[in-house]
Design a protein around this ligand. Sequence first.
Ligand code: SF4
Ligand code: SF4
Length: 497
Amino acid sequence: MADFDVPDFRPYPFVPELKPDAMKGKGPFIAKPVHQEPLGFPGELVDNWEEKAIEKMGDMLKKYRSFRVYLDTCVRCGACTDKCHYFIGTNDPKNMPVARQDLLRSVYRRYFTLAGKFFPKLVGARDLTRDVLDEWYNYYHQCSQCRRCSVFCPYGIDTADISMAAREIMDSIGHGQKYCNEIIAKVFKIGNNLGLPERALRDTLNGLEEDMEDDTGVAVKIPLDEKGVDVLLVTPSADFFAEPHIDGLMGYAKVFHQAGISWTVSSYASEAANFGLFIGSYENMRNISQRIRTAALELGVKRIIFGECGHAWRVAYSYLNTFAGPFDFLDPKYPVPQHICEFTYDLLQKNVLKIDKSANDDMVLTFHDSCNVARATRMGNFPGGQFVIPREVIKAVCNNYVDMPADTIHDQTFCCGGGGGLLTDDLMELRVKGALPRMEALKHVVEEHGVTHMAAICAICKSQFTKIIPYYGFQMDQIVSVHQLVSNAIVLDGGEV
Ligand code: SF4
Ligand code: SF4
């Protein structure tokens, strides 16, 4: 089935064997000028790239204080070494978080510290050569920027930030990644990652409305570009076509319908995902975020709600107000932005929704905390809300729920293996191997507690899992959207269920 070795499940406790260079040269496809230029980057590697890269690093050191702190602070305690799913799955020592940081730290020392300038060998400093650039490209695209390692670092060093910085430097010298940059260009040109134009989007939504009416006997709508409604829903474009995402979208529609809250999707801002985060480009992140403001103003909505997407929620939660605010034209009664799980949870708390939990009795559920939601955001108005609220929504609509082992959930959750701009087929080996720890935790609850399905609230996690889960002996349809469970259980007024 795979032209690479799929890792075996590991015994416990496990001492990792090292396989130096196991993932050398296995980075993703490099962007071409057509992918680079629309983002404002040079089309290809510039002639004086060494000089330009060091110049860019210098600028960033001045601009981002955290960048210098992270590069200066590591004491090589080793606490992070075995915490990365890509190291666990590949055994390549350069996938240890500290080693990944050192790829860039060694160059920083050479050009920006006194010791590195005069005694490079003594302090592990090295020149920026073509080999070093190739190593950067390879291993900074084997980091999903999940931040798990930073949870265990006594200094809170964030390898994800260093990965983003490395990608930002590489983009600035014309050495970007095809997958991310091609997608960002599609958002600028068409409005979403898929390049789905308004007409195709409208046809898709009409088809979904027909399906819902056939299933329930109720005319549940998914409005597009409707002006003067209450809510603008910004959701990942995977929700419009992929499984199980689409079932989640139908769940949102049913919740809005039953709650009697008017809403719309926008064809202009038809994408919640913001790959500007993955390439560390604030400029591109801001340009994508601005589309949401424009759509909200044009449609005259009162609230903005985000659908199930992990990194989109991080960008929305942490940056939307800075990049696209102030949102003083929205109704101040509601948070800006709000997550669909917060929205549904609130309605469930107020008993606005009628639920028949038995509709999900054919499943025993577990929940995968998505990295960006777990370690970079919150939900609700209490600490840990990002862990509690999605679980409470699931438990409100399902009778059977079991958590995976404690050291694999909440802020210790393992990445699905496809985050951070790595959800591309040219990285399939990395994606399968990086999913090992999550698959082990799933196997545990399947065997010990009869779990049949794993729910997620991230478009990337859902796409990644449905693709890689068969490598570990599971079925694609064992992955579900949280709002798919809501969709199954919600009782619509006048409906057949
Ligand atoms: S941020 Fe995640 S993927 Fe990157 S090194 Fe840390 S644990 Fe690994
Ligand atoms: S845990 Fe932090 S200080 Fe320790 S080796 Fe890793 S990055 Fe360095």
